[in-house]
Design a protein around this ligand. Sequence first.
Ligand code: TXA
Ligand code: MG
Length: 314
Amino acid sequence: MKQTERLQPTRTGIRRAAALLRDGALVAFPTETVYGLGADATDDTAVAKVFEAKGRPSFNPLIVHVPTLADAEAIGEIPEAAWAFLEDGWPEGLTLVAPLRADSKLSLLVTAGQRTVALRVPASPVAQDLLTAFDGPVAAPSANPSGRISPTCADHVLSGLDGRIAAVLDGGETPGGLESAILAFDEAGPIVLREGVFQVSEDLRRKTALDDGPGALPAPGMLKSHYAPQGTLRMNVTTPDPGEWFIGFGPHRNADANLSASGDLREAAANLFALLHQADKKDRIAVAPVPNTGLGRAINDRLSRAAAPRGADF
Ligand code: TXA
Ligand code: MG
């Protein structure tokens, strides 16, 4: 890829960043927590590029960033108990997990096939300007290569991702410096899934998932049997058994569907969740080998969760 553009948060820079997002390119941008690596959340290929650029080993779901509470409500059903946190507007550094609306138009890769979505309205003016100019939901993990420290300035972003993303919008240092707090809700109130910039007051705290240790964190990407289709699924199949619904990768004459006929991993990643949804109605599913390199690792990770025996969680 070409050199990453460093854009200033002027009108011209914001317009350029929004145009790149519209073209399906990746743009890093500051929020009040850390820099996010943004992609059009409705574009499968753009979202697949996020996992590829980060070298993310699994399709962990991504936080969706929108400019207003009304935009958030159009994507997820804000849980009743969450409204107490939103009385004075969306607090800084808060991400809410909400049931996903059926008509959300989000790429299935964003939610990793979950029925919930993590939503965030960033307070940072540069993030607000970008989201308003783009006029759509932006999926963004922290803008660092997988396993590295989250970036709090444009130089951090470039040191990890230069040449792998189209642009970084340079808004100086992010005030938060660490990620948002992620809250889910049940009938009894908030559950802290990840501690972060937003602090839940002591009186609202009860036993959280974190209290059970890291193994108990209900981060969806950590479940062994996660994206389980209703039927069985076999991986690394070169010759399907009679009656199996066969998902190919690369040229296959007898495939019922194909992740990517040309053997392109990015295309395969973009197609994966849609194909698994399609396969959900079949009794027996077989999937051709996918090379375990680059995005292929994430694809195989997801497939192995789909293939895992049910009840194998944790
Ligand atoms: O401050 C932040 O939150 C930054 C900025 C850019 O917004 N983003 C960030 O994203 O830290 P990331 O991808 O590094 O971490 C997001 C976390 C992951 O652990 C993921 O599993 C969790 O959010 N997550 C996303 N969607 C979820 C969902 N529907 N339910 C539960 N957890 C979810
Ligand atoms: Mg991160």
